[in-house]
Design a protein around this ligand. Sequence first.
Ligand code: ATP
Ligand code: MG
Length: 447
Amino acid sequence: MKIKIPENVNRIIEKIQSAGFEAYAVGGCIRDSVMGLVPHDWDICTSAMPEETLAVLNKTNIITNGLKHGTVTVKFDDELYEITTFRIDGVYNDNRRPESVTFVRSLREDLARRDFTVNALAYNNDKGLCDFFGGVEDIENHIIRCVGEPDKRFREDGLRILRALRFAARLGFSVEKETAAAIHRNAELLRNISAERISNELVGIIDGEYVEKILLEYADVLCVFIPEIRKMTGFEQHNPHHIYDIWTHTVKVVSHSPHGKISRLAALFHDISKPECYSTDEKGIGHFHGHPERGAEKARNIMKRLKIDNKTMDKVCLLIKFHDVRPEVNPRNVRRLISRVGAENFNSLMQLKAADAMGQNPDLLNEKLDYIERLEKIFEEQTADGQQFNLKTLRINGRDLIDMGITDGKTIGRILGYLLDGVINGDLKNEHHELMNSAKKCIDKQK
Ligand code: ATP
Ligand code: MG
């Protein structure tokens, strides 16, 4: 099999080779190339010791802070390339990282310490593809399989559990039977992994094209760090809008949401409070009153625990809080909604609502999508001239009121708020003169 290695990568490999060492492109970039995907970065492994690599590369454009673990980073045309010395990992005491690493001179040993067969591949133009563990066959059969004995590999590094699910969700692979069983068996090991590393992998998993199957099969793994999910699984909704239990519905909403951290986290958590908000009416129909507001709070707690950044958290909570609003379609209601959620979040909210509908009773889907489209159309019309129905785009400001002789900040705020309400309600046009006149009337009335 021939793989096209980028010019810069090849230059590095050849330079190291010409000094008498081995060097290969390795890991994810070879996996992606074999699959016909475009790798997002290229890692290199070598038999040269870090100091030898440094010497070969003349110390130009070099970043040396990973040296202890055997990694030399070079910058070429603004791209970073990691060159790592063949190594085997020492003893793992904390299911996280080896106590020490040992440099070795054999490629095979280096590939043996890698997580999955599909990642244990190396390539250079002389030797071609080096595949000691059946990685190519597993790629062809769409299988994620540990290199070596799965239990042992997960005990060494618990994060590999989530890495397996991430690769499966992204590539559409299944996890091989023994590896899958070991994942379920060892899921508790994730307790030893830091929140940051877990949430990184979580986002990678839910952003995957093939996330649906993975979330359905591995809910128990997610429950280790998001135990709130447990109540959702198998929770029947007893409502004509729904044909799935809460977790199955949630998983479908995730997979129908646009890619991206915010959209996918919002989908994952949008119904997180449904279990505790459940009630049935006299006809036996299930309802979930208040679940969006409570869900936003609960999701915030979960995301805090997972150390997700504040900006992401705020957006996700906003989307959750408003995911179930269903105003009657008219311009005034749309303006109100824009002013509540912010024009910049409106489309994301509509996308969440659409994904939500796609995870519900298919008989009602078209009706729901049509409703969302009508809201979107009015949104476009109402914001076409750059209006956002907030104080920033109101065509009168504090300065104008000060010029009219109002000096008290509170009064200025109140008048501006009154005018903004007028614009949102449709009583006033967002037009400077009209707003000035209205402000004058307001002031006169107060005198
Ligand atoms: P991605 O496309 O997500 O970057 P990748 O396979 O390149 O996928 P990286 O995290 O960049 O993943 O790691 C590069 C390579 O290092 C992997 O392909 C794998 O061979 C090895 N590796 C990374 N993390 C681990 C780990 N926790 N345990 C064992 N091997 C690992
Ligand atoms: Mg990579």
